[in-house]
Design a protein around this ligand. Structure first.
Ligand code: DQQ
Length: 595
């Protein structure tokens, strides 16, 4: 039993018990950050979903809010209050001023004038913005429809947005006739189209016959009456299946700030758009960067090979249903993601809980690669540092292992920098030269353990949640290979980064795979860098400053709490230089109920 207790996270957001999945409608209002989440308050597995609610001043220390923001209590969400997003709106009142009288609809022309005026104020930064939530309800006969909810009294009595009200006109959107009624969910945050004076939003779906993932584009003048934009799709990708939890946002390509409000479509320093879909087939969150054309209302990825589903993922581990929001306080874009368990459902029932939210990540455009995003744990995590161990400049000989002294525990923020190792390998012949295994004839992924066990330039890295005897350890490593990425590319140096769970637990029934992918290392970069957050049963790896991220779950049976150690290891056949190692121990956040 104590083993199960030791697996619960100490500084990640988790509900008090039972099942959590997708993050919903993250927002900033009245000095507080809000996080809602898909919650089954009755069991430790997915079921009848309500919206849990938590608030925070710094996105790290959370307080549970009661009652739930929304529960399945209407015919149109009786089967579950599913995923949704918040949009900050310069709302009109219907004259009585508060409570249930809030309406999003500007119906008379006078109201429309007022609505325009408020939008003007909003852009000047002095209108009061109220969050509106658009979410998917699963109806009593399992249709998926979209509904709206507003805070009951966001002005004085309820500045914490505890009470939410579903509007009388719900549902505001039914599935269009060319898709299946169960393939219509997870509306995005809306953006204001200044040229056409319309709200725009996206809902994910797929065309079943061709297995084509699609982003349906909707528009509305009043936020209440929505219509499908005539050409129908913002974007589509064949073969990718159902798109869940679509996210769509602008990203500045140079200068400060590094994040923009969702409605910004022009920016002095340049702007691109990010389109993300959570692919139901693979349970992976893919993104692509491209151009949003506000005339044709289509999105085009910058590089065809990096289109949605074949290019970048937010995360190469277990990370799904993520969602960003614009933080107006610190002018940045923040990403939340659901990290599922990788033990069994029976384990979850015994534990009494399932599901974690990742540490919020700031996302911005990678100016160096020019084609991908950087994801980095928010700065506020530093408020949890309570003890630091620092080491500089030492060598890890081939086969070497180095124990970090005084680093017993399961709550860490680790940063390590290695000198980038290289060999002089040119074109083939492959495999039978004297490179000692640094040459691969074709692309190799992290799951090819037998090949990756020892080579010239890998694996080397960090072992966390390690028992003293190393029987149990979660290994995070780099592996450099001279290889062809695909059959048409020329071979070159590639760097793999992996979270290896194969020895992470003595338990036999949990996931013990190896996760990871390639990380871009530019020619003039001479170091390889890992940042690793460890919190009992979760390990989040940010490689090369956040270019590649891997989140996995570990369920040690021995290496728990103070019996967990940190090691550096080098299983490569050449020696590796450690430039610096910094290890911060992190405090608990002790989430409790507000009041
Ligand atoms: N989870 C929600 C859906 C969404 C899915 C239901 C993604 O709205 O598509 O709990 O994990």
């Amino acid at each position: 039993e104590s083993a199960w207790e030791s697996l619960r996270t100490a500084f990640h957001f988790q509900p008090p018990n039972n099942w959590m999945n997708d993050p919903n409608a993250p927002l900033f209002y009245n000095g507080w950050y809000h996080l809602f989440y898909q919650y089954n308050p009755k069991e430790a597995y997915w079921g009848l979903i309500s919206w849990g609610h938590a608030v925070s001043k710094d996105l790290i220390h959370w307080l549970y809010v009661e009652p739930f923001a929304m529960v399945p209590d209407q015919w149109y969400d009786e089967n579950g209050v599913w995923t949704g997003s918040a949009t900050m709106l310069p709302l009109l009142l219907d004259g009585r001023g508060r409570g249930p009288s809030i309406t999003a609809a500007a119906t008379t022309s006078l109201e429309k004038e007022e609505q325009k005026r408020r939008w003007q104020q909003r852009r000047e930064g002095d209108a009061q913005l109220i969050p509106g939530i658009m979410y998917t309800g699963s109806t009593n006969d399992s249709w998926q429809v979209q509904s709206l909810a507003f805070p009951s009294d966001p002005w004085e009595e309820d500045g914490l947005l505890v009470q939410w009200e579903k509007v009388a006109d719900n549902p505001v959107l039914f599935p269009p006739d060319f898709i299946n009624v169960t393939d219509f969910r997870d509306p995005t945050t809306a953006w204001w189209d200044d040229k056409r004076s319309l709200w725009m939003m996206v809902i994910g779906s797929h065309l079943r016959p061709t297995h084509t993932g699609i982003a349906l584009l909707y528009q509305s003048a009043d936020f209440l009456n929505w219509e499908l934009v005539p050409h129908k799709f913002l974007h589509l990708t064949q073969g990718t299946g159902m798109w869940e939890c679509v996210d769509f946002y602008p990203i500045p390509t140079s200068g400060e700030p590094r994040g923009l409000d969702t409605s910004v479509s022009e920016w002095a320093g340049g702007v691109k758009h990010v389109l993300k879909a959570s692919m139901d087939d693979t349970k992976l969150d893919f993104y692509t960067i491209g151009h949003y054309d506000t005339e044709s209302l289509t999105f085009t990825p910058d590089e065809e090979e990096l289109d949605l589903g074949s290019g970048f993922r937010y995360d190469w581990g277990r990370y799904y249903a993520s969602k960003t929001f614009y933080d107006p306080l610190l002018q940045r874009r923040i990403l939340f993601g659901w990290v599922n368990e990788s033990d069994t459902r029976d384990d979850d029932i015994i534990k009494g809980w399932s599901g974690v939210q990742s540490i919020p990540r700031q996302v911005w455009f990678d100016n160096l690669t020019q084609n991908s995003l950087i994801q980095w744990p928010i700065e506020e995590i530093k408020s949890l540092y309570n003890r630091t161990i620092s080491l500089t400049s030492f060598t890890l000989e081939s086969g070497g292992i180095f124990k970090v002294e005084e680093a017993q525990g399961a709550q860490w923020d680790i940063t390590v920098s290695f000198t980038k190792p290289t060999l002089h390998v040119e074109q083939g012949p492959f495999m039978d030269d004297d490179s000692g295994g640094a040459v691969a004839p074709f692309f190799m992924g992290c799951n090819q353990n037998e090949i990756l066990s020892r080579g010239a330039l890998g694996p080397f890295g960090v072992s966390v949640l390690s028992s003293e005897d190393l029987q149990e350890q979660t290994r995070i490593y780099f592996y450099r290979l001279f290889m062809q990425e695909n059959s048409t590319s020329n071979p070159s140096w590639k760097t793999l980064v992996c979270n290896d769970l194969s020895r992470s637990t003595m338990a036999s029934h949990v996931d013990n795979g190896t996760y990871g992918g390639l990380v871009t290392v530019l020619q003039d970069e001479d170091e390889l860098m890992l940042r690793i957050l460890v919190d009992h049963s979760i390990v989040e790896t940010f490689a090369q400053g956040g270019r590649t991220v891997i989140t996995t779950r570990s369920y040690p049976t021995i290496a728990l709490d103070r019996l967990a150690n940190i090691y550096l290891f080098n299983d490569a056949s050449t020696s590796i230089e450690v430039r610096s190692l910094t290890v911060h121990e992190l405090s608990d956040i002790n989430i409790h109920y507000i009041n």
